[in-house]
Design a protein around this ligand. Structure first.
Ligand code: BYE
Ligand code: ZN
Length: 435
């Protein structure tokens, strides 16, 4: 009886052991089945993704063959340069301080890293307590850098596409258009020249940090959202911009407006950590400098500066204002100060933009300026006139204050003039120079 009981118990043990093992096996099979289903789902997703990429490529191929140049490449437009990837070499850092710097060899991300570097290098980040991420975001908008979206989407009104600025378009780079001359590379070139001037003329010892930040920020923002058609076109064609600004420096007023639209968003305001009074002073300074880049005011600004340069007084705010205005003007049109292989393509880009304008003016029956007319202009002809009448006198005036610029810059401009004179065709030699 007892033996039977033991045996019985043994069988029960065996049974429960067996059922436990079965249970375990069932669970394992279940989990394996789940994994297979997961793999199946992944495979399906992959297949769908492959199809959509193929479809997009086929579509782009068709678009490209119908209308070449219109298809945006698949490379992520707003990928963010991170410091380790874009650490500037010591050689680049030194070259950035000189007018011989080659502005053509850099991709957009590298230009952005250079501009960011200048802000740090000039001590502006420290002086104005600029948030390093805000500085990056201000320069290039990126989803990685954008603050997290509101976790509670019901908390505010729906964004209105007509009045709210597109968050992707709040940064500096996105607001330079893809036009032949007035594009982001021009912004970079002008900013780099300003950085070079600050170093060459030792401006940090002569001006306040507020003046330095005004100079650099103005250089960065001075042509924001330039459409590639100048003020004369805006005024003659009665564009919205010209009407809005009553024909007074329409483009330059617009560049200022876009500058302060960007800074109006706290996430993009590099000056959010300074006192409101200082912000107002910087805003006023930037506006003055951007408005001074209108070449229609060249004579007015130059004659005022020439008057004060012989008795220049760094304590006189009027003198300082004129100096800053002339400095940004110099940087803005300084391409000919650069080595020939850097400066020459800029003339082609500018003429391309001018020819685009004159073609449009002819088509729309508007007056055409002769220096923009592809039937009239030759490169040496316009550049000799421009060097002789605009660039050389302006740089000579600035070199009175900063003799160190005489050698580096005025000399280069004279060489450029001689180079263009050698390029003149015999029949052009006695012609009126028509800048
Ligand atoms: C100027 C005004 C607006 C935009 F055709 C650009 F002869 C310029 F007028 N810049 N910037 C640099 C220039 C240069 N204009 C000219 N040469 C330059 O090197 C002269 C023009 C080709 C033309 Cl001034
Ligand atoms: Zn410009």
């Amino acid at each position: 009886m007892a033996q039977q009981l033991v045996r019985l118990l043994g069988v029960d043990d065996f049974r429960s052991e067996l059922s436990r093992k079965l249970d375990l096996l069932e669970r394992q099979i279940d989990s394996e089945l789940q994994k297979t289903a997961e793999i199946e789902r992944c495979n399906n997703d992959l297949e769908r993704f492959r199809e959509s990429v193929n479809k997009r490529e086929r579509l782009e191929h068709v678009c490209e063959s119908i209308c070449p140049g219109t298809v945006r490449k698949l490379t992520p437009r707003r990928d963010v340069p991170t410091y380790p990837k874009y650490t500037l070499s010591q050689e680049t850092i030194e070259a950035l301080k000189t007018p011989t710097f080659d502005v053509w060899q850099w991709a957009p991300n590298e230009m952005l890293s250079c501009i960011e570097f200048m802000f740090h290098d000039l001590g502006l980040v420290q002086e104005f307590n600029i948030n390093a991420i805000t500085l990056k975001r201000w320069l290039v908008c990126s989803s990685d850098l954008r603050p997290d979206p509101d976790p509670n989407p019901d908390s505010g009104p729906e964004p209105n596409p007509d009045s709210d600025p597109d968050p992707d378009l709040l940064c500096v780079q996105e607001n330079y258009r893809d036009v032949p001359f007035h594009n982001f590379r021009h912004c970079f070139s002008v900013t780099q020249m300003m950085h070079g001037m600050v170093h060459l003329c030792n401006l940090k010892a002569k001006l306040s940090m507020t003046e330095v930040v005004i100079l650099i920020t103005s250089a960065i923002c001075h042509d924001l959202d330039h459409p590639g058609y100048n003020n004369t076109y805006q005024i003659n064609a009665h564009t919205e911009m010209a009407v809005r600004y009553d024909n007074v420096s329409p483009l330059e007023n617009h560049h200022c407006a876009v500058t302060f639209q960007i800074l109006a968003d706290p996430d993009f305001n590099i000056f959010s950590n300074i006192r409101p009074e200082l912000f107002m002073q910087i805003q006023e300074g930037i506006t003055e400098l951007i408005l001074a880049t209108d070449m229609a005011r060249h004579e007015e600004i130059m004659s005022a500066f020439t008057c004060c340069v012989d008795k220049f007084d760094y304590e006189n705010i009027e003198h300082l204002r004129l100096l800053k205005q002339v400095l940004i003007k110099c940087c803005d049109i300084s391409n000919e100060v650069r080595p020939t292989d850097v400066s020459e393509p800029w003339v082609d880009c500018l003429l391309q933009e001018y020819f685009m304008q004159s073609d449009r003016e002819k088509f729309e029956g508007l007056p055409v300026m002769s220096f923009m007319d592809r039937d009239v202009v030759t490169k040496p002809n316009v550049q000799i006139g421009f060097l002789q009448m605009v660039l050389i006198p302006m740089f000579e005036a600035v070199a009175k204050l900063f003799p160190e610029l005489g050698e580096v810059m005025v000399q280069r401009l004279r060489e450029a003039r001689a180079r263009y004179e050698n390029l003149l065709q015999p029949e052009e030699i006695d012609e009126e120079r028509s800048f």
